[in-house]
Design a protein around this ligand. Structure first.
Ligand code: BDR
Ligand code: CA
Length: 305
């Protein structure tokens, strides 16, 4: 059993990852959500988590984190996730509110109390870097950080960088240099473990959670369909799937350096194999990944029927 905190910026793929984790409450004890500016503004992504909680009748604390990167300006991504950050589903206005303390304050408190916590980081690493700067002793209580971010060959936001790392490269550098065990799911493994567009049709059926997943995919897949692709990565799902079954993945050990500047290179993750303890997931058993995901949504449909 892993005790996990999900640090996120929903985000269609963040939402899929969250639902998959919820379906596996026997293996993943989800302590809380921390939000951070990324796909959209902090206000919007926090509202999206609260909307998911409302729809799924959850009572998991939500902590609002950093509203901008350490040094850069916010650069939301409406082309990928819409103006709301999670366009598509029409969800109820949340009644529930976020907690009174900030995500960074929460991390400080919870990590004092809990022996070892896994952070599942699905967004820019601003909250975690701020925590490690303000309270470096907390690092001892972080079992591992399993993150979606980085790219080994080519980027999705500039020539070489992936969005989460690019959005706050200074924060990523602090996290990768911290000495904490970091497992990185870069773009390549997310593409390898992606969903076929035709497989998303399985969610066109009865079921409260299938309905939500269908509405999310209807918006999210437009990007791939417009480009004639038959498959799309569900990026943030990969760290959760890794925690549920490591055997689905191959990986390499090495050292990740973060490039801080350059139009083509800002946010690049330069991986030197064999030279360090960072773990980069390389390849995925796609069908095995999808089986866990589909089963998770089926399980939630049953839970809410
Ligand atoms: C990452 O960026 C965001 O748009 C997604 O939610 C994911 O975390 C993919 O590059
Ligand atoms: Ca995300």
């Amino acid at each position: 059993m892993h005790k996990i905190i999900i640090d996120c910026d929903p985000g269609h793929d963040d939402a899929m990852a969250i639902m998959t984790a919820l379906a596996h409450s026997g293996e993943l004890e989800l302590l809380s959500f921390c939000t951070v500016a990324g796909n959209q503004t902090l206000e919007k992504v926090t509202k999206n988590v609260l909307k998911l909680e409302e729809y799924l009748d959850l009572d998991i604390p939500v902590y609002k984190g950093c509203d901008h990167p350490l040094l850069k300006e916010n650069k939301p991504q409406p082309a990928a996730h819409g103006e709301s950050g999670m366009d598509g589903p029409v969800l109820p206005e949340p009644v529930k509110k976020e907690e009174a303390i900030s995500a960074v304050e929460y991390y400080k408190q919870v990590l004092k109390k809990e022996e070892k916590v896994t952070i599942v980081a699905l967004a820019p690493l601003t909250n975690i870097a701020t925590l490690l700067t303000e309270a470096p002793e907390c690092a001892d209580h972080i079992e591992q950080i399993v993150l979606m971010g980085g790219a080994l060959n080519g980027g999705n936001i500039n020539k070489y960088a992936e969005f989460n790392i690019w959005h706050d490269p200074e924060a990523a550098k602090i996290v990768f240099d911290s000495g904490i065990k970091v497992i990185m799911a870069p773009l390549e493994v997310c593409y390898a473990g992606g969903i076929l567009i035709k497989e998303t049709k399985r969610f066109e059926r009865e079921g409260k959670v299938s309905k939500l997943v269908k509405d999310l995919f209807d918006f999210y897949c437009r990007y791939a369909i417009d480009r004639g692709w038959d498959k799309t990565a569900v990026f943030d799902l990969i760290p959760v799937l890794y925690l549920l079954n490591k055997d689905l993945f191959t990986y390499k050990k090495g050292h990740v350096d973060i490039v801080l500047d350059g139009e083509d290179t800002q946010g690049q993750t330069v991986f030197r194999e064999g030279e360090g303890d960072h773990i980069a997931l390389i390849d995925a058993d796609r069908e095995g990944c999808m089986k866990i995901f589909f089963d998770a949504i089926d399980r939630l449909d049953q839970r809410y029927s």
